[in-house]
Design a protein around this ligand. Structure first.
Ligand code: NAP
Length: 310
């Protein structure tokens, strides 16, 4: 029998207790899942932000910390964490992100706002969108989420360019990497989707110089992390029309303060970090199968490289 400590908030325990117990049983893991295991007897920690564990030092027997979220920037800053860390890669979360990105891409591509807000009796049939094949889309970050979004956008006919840290060869998209690759990826892009993790290297990836490389009137869609964009540069680019509209799901400060300039800005759409929320049933299966595999000698899945920060 292994001891699994659920170290997250009360709300998450309510959502996850039953799915985790079911998933552990289905994966054949004999486990005692509790919120109050002592550090010295804990074999695995299921971790969520805002939970009770800040200091991982006493967890000397712990074989892995399994994060409930895909983004790990908060926990990777914790210097007491020396145990292996796994991030969440969950098929439902990936599908949710694909739906959100495709939905917001199509909104901008089709110019839906003009019709939703323009029911004024005037028949303007001289303005219509290009077909997707004439609308280049660039995705910054082509890991689990960015690559899946790229495939869906390709299916719809968009020419997709993806950018990553290391060289990649992903079907149906032009894959670029490194600094030169970023310049090429952004040059002339009409829609840019940010799905990079938050690390020291990715902060302000979209700065003034890089926003200037986009096609005039480009659209920005950011479900990655707020600090990936230089906010002041974005506001300036919206002002000149270099960027037509930004759809932002993530922010430097969350919740986004009520008096923040982004709220109510006519060229910004704020969504409250809901692009892809972890779903308990499927996430519980991912965690249970990871523990089951590890107990049977397999390497941990979705391990975070602490050196890279993601
Ligand atoms: P992932 O699989 O780790 O992919 C990250 C991608 O970013 C990889 O392609 C990686 O390159 C690239 N990358 C990292 N650092 C880079 C750098 N310095 N330069 C260029 N490329 C770099 O992560 P994921 O699961 O797709 O998730 C991506 C992010 O989405 C998460 O970190 C999180 O911030 C965000 N997220 C948001 C929500 C939401 O609801 N808004 C939900 C889930 C996740 P390599 O391929 O070369 O490693």
């Amino acid at each position: 029998m292994i001891n699994i400590l659920f170290a997250a908030t009360d709300d998450l325990w309510r959502d996850y207790e039953s799915p985790l117990k079911r998933a552990l049983e289905a994966a054949g893991v004999a486990a005692n899942l509790r919120r109050d295991h002592g550090a010295e007897v804990t074999d695995y920690i299921i971790f969520g932000p805002g939970g009770p564990v800040d200091d991982f030092t006493p967890f000397t027997r712990c074989k892995a910390v399994l994060n409930l979220w895909a983004g790990v920037e908060k926990i990777t800053q914790n210097k007491t964490l020396t145990q292996p860390l796994c991030r969440m890669v969950d098929p439902s979360l990936t599908n949710a992100m694909v739906e959100w990105v495709v939905g917001h891409t199509m909104r901008h591509h089709l110019g839906m706002d003009a019709h939703i807000h323009g029911q004024d009796g005037i028949w303007r049939n001289d303005v219509y969108p290009p077909i997707a094949a004439d609308r280049p889309v660039t995705i910054l970050g082509i890991g689990a989420l960015g690559a899946a979004c790229g495939q869906a956008l390709h299916q719809l006919g968009f020419p997709v360019t993806g950018w990553s840290r290391s060289p990649k060869d992903i079907p149906n998209m032009r894959c670029l990497h490194g600094d030169d690759g970023l310049n090429t990826a952004l040059s002339g892009a009409q829609i840019v989707v940010l799905l990079l993790p938050m690390t020291a290297q990715t902060e302000n990836t979209l700065n003034a110089a890089r926003l200037a490389m986009l096609a005039p009137g480009a659209f920005i869609i950011n479900p990655g992390r707020g600090p990936l964009i230089d906010d002041a540069a974005l506001l300036a680019a919206l002002e000149t029309g270099q960027v037509a509209h930004a759809t932002l799901d993530v922010f430097r400060t969350e919740p986004l303060p009520q008096d923040h300039v982004f709220w109510g800005h006519p060229q910004i759409t704020v969504t409250p970090h809901i692009a892809a929320t972890t779903r308990p049933d499927t996430a519980a299966r991912v965690i249970a199968e990871n523990i089951a595999g590890h107990e049977n000698g397999a390497p941990l899945q979705n391990r975070v490289d602490r050196g890279r920060g993601y």
